[in-house]
Design a protein around this ligand. Sequence first.
Ligand code: PMP
Length: 428
Amino acid sequence: MTTNAELERRRREAVAKGVSCSFPMFAARAENAELWDVEGRRYIDFVGGMGALAVGHSHPHVVAAIQDQLTRFSHTFFGTAPYEGYVAVAERLNAMAKVGSQAKTLLVTTGAEAVENCVKIARAFTGRRGIVVFGGSFHGRTLLTMGMTGKVNPYKGTFGPFPGEIYRVPFPYPYRDISSDHALAALDSLFETEIEPAAVAAFVIEPFQGEGGFLPAPTDYLIALRQLCDRHGILLVADEVQSGFGRTGHLFAIEHSAVEPDLIAVGKSLGAGLPIAAVVGKAEIMDCVGSGGLGGTYAGNPLACAAALSVMDVLQEEKLLDRAVEIGDRLDAGLRRIRRKGNRTSIGDIRRLGAMIGVEFVEDEDSRVPARDLTARIIQEAASRGLLLAAAGRHFNVIRVLVPLTISNDLIDEAIAILEESIDRAVS
Ligand code: PMP
């Protein structure tokens, strides 16, 4: 039998160090919200392929759709021999996305590419250069999206210089005293000191900031951004790569505010693990780029389109948007019970929209000093008990839940019990 230790030794020899791996275990198979390693150990998966698996691992409908497509063709290049799957994914995304008018779609391969294409399209449409982004944001690992990302370590470090005309303002973070008003004042100041609004092509915002610590953008703040956009001809771009596709109880997190963006970047759970991402936006904006200006060899690959279509079916058939709310309620109740147990002052804040839940750990409730090491210990304790978790936040002191929306209540309860034990052990 191949052991985890043996594979870990080979990984260290063969794989670049910059690719980090949280746990010394190697996956052998996975089903719904569970995963088994090469030694047969079973884990409850609260990371879900880093938020790519709203419908769980190897959903039978998704597997069947991919297998069926594979027997016909796996790739043609849409620009040479187009196929129905791409068109069907676009039609369905257009029907589902609330962008205030008729929509059109571009398919690409990764979330970073989706965000880059939002910038290309926004610049082409407005004829303007400036892109305004937010502290703590994550938009990808290409040079442009790294430049847009608001977290230096480990993403930006020594990789610059980055592309120009990217301007950053704070993202609202009430728990750390950045209110909507503070964040809006910073935007005013940006317009006074750095760039006039008439030169800004787009605001690019995560309506529920993922990597930055699971922070919902307050509704009043999103409304204010929309108003600024309307007043100055700026486009509002929602990066829903992590928060989209059902996790928050709406298809897109921004729907909670009823604010309609001009463009939406979609990724991760759209493909249930196959690499596919999209830009969905107002038709007149999407159509401003001339023929040949958008695309990519694997963009909208047929296997990934087959997966995306079946993901959309499963979301509807299994009522996963409603289920996201139930899962969120159940997890929230469990987490609040753990927090109330008194000696566990380590949980400073719990933030959620639907099943997208972040738990912020602090040294104590008064100082709110981020508890980075404690969070790392909790995650390792949980893994050793069979629960996979991931950290987020500028100080890596937030545990983020990106669990499949197909998980059973029994598994949720088991996971909460493991988390409770892991916190106990890590705190003591
Ligand atoms: N935007 C957001 C909000 C993300 O969370 C991510 C991935 N974590 C990306 C963009 C980049 O997506 P990808 O890794 O598929 O390029």
